[in-house]
Design a binder for this molecule. Structure first.
Ligand SMILES: [Zn+2]
Length: 252
């Protein structure tokens, strides 16, 4: 059966000698791996449409449950050439790509994640590339996949607190923390900044100038939080929640 959608190339890897496996983030099929037959031999067929970050209209062929359908056509909508050729943007986007591949399940349609990725690419192309945009992307993405850290109050009793526990994915008050390790003390300013961040839209970011110290503080917390989730949740062959974790807290 022939399928059609549009998507952006997240990565390609060599398959056998001359073939490629292309990982797309697509509109209608979520994360999708397809197989491209000898793209280098038949250059005119796919042209540069398989370069990372190329947004294309694609067709692929295979049975409904085929693990690796075959890419039959890819027509470029937008190449994002400037993002690919700048080292700074490419490194930043590589991190987004890694998150997307790790957090989304294959063939699980996620229009919010797709729209966030596409609109962030367009916005990076137009505006300056800043750590603020990277932080914004990560927070919105964590919200979509259900791993947003809770930084407004104790995640257990709702009382005030200022210490974030990586292992719980939330702030905990003194009483509720009960000797938990891996903590992160937050400034009042950073907590306020984070609350605003959750309400802002991508389109308004270029008009905002947050204090660099706030961006740094929340970025390092978010990076630690993601590292923890990725190690605990996705990099293990069998997924188990340690007893010490409160399931509700880490949103599993
Ligand atoms: Zn508490």
């Amino acid at each position: 059966m022939l399928y059609r959608t549009e998507g952006i190339v997240l990565k390609t890897s060599l398959f056998h000698e001359a073939d490629l496996i292309v990982t797309y983030l697509t509109k209608d099929y979520g994360l999708l791996k397809v197989f491209a037959k000898s793209p280098r031999k038949i250059k005119s067929r796919f042209g540069s449409s398989l370069e990372p970050l190329t947004h294309s209209r694609i067709s692929f062929w295979g049975k409904q449950d085929a693990a690796l359908p075959r890419l039959t056509q890819a027509d470029i909508i937008h190449s994002f050439e400037s993002l690919r050729s700048s080292m700074r943007s490419f490194l930043m986007i590589s991190e987004f790509i890694e998150l997307t591949i790790n957090f989304l399940a294959e063939r699980d349609v996620n229009l919010r994640a797709y729209n966030l990725f596409m609109s962030t690419m367009h916005s990076l192309e137009k505006d300056h590339i800043t750590d603020f945009i990277a932080l914004f992307y990560k927070i919105k993405f964590l919200d979509i996949v259900g791993f947003l850290p809770k930084l407004d109050a104790c995640g257990r009793c709702g009382k005030e607190g200022e210490i974030f526990y990586i292992s719980h994915g939330t702030i905990l008050c003194k009483i509720c923390s009960g000797g938990a390790l891996s903590s992160f003390k937050l400034s009042k300013g950073a907590m306020k900044f984070y609350a605003h961040l959750l309400t802002w839209e991508l389109q308004s970011l270029s008009r905002l100038k947050p204090a660099e110290a706030m961006v740094v503080e929340i970025s390092s917390l978010i990076d630690e939080h993601m590292k923890y989730i990725l190690q605990k949740t996705f990099r293990t062959s069998t997924f188990t929640v340690p007893d010490s974790l409160n399931n509700r807290m880490i949103y599993l």
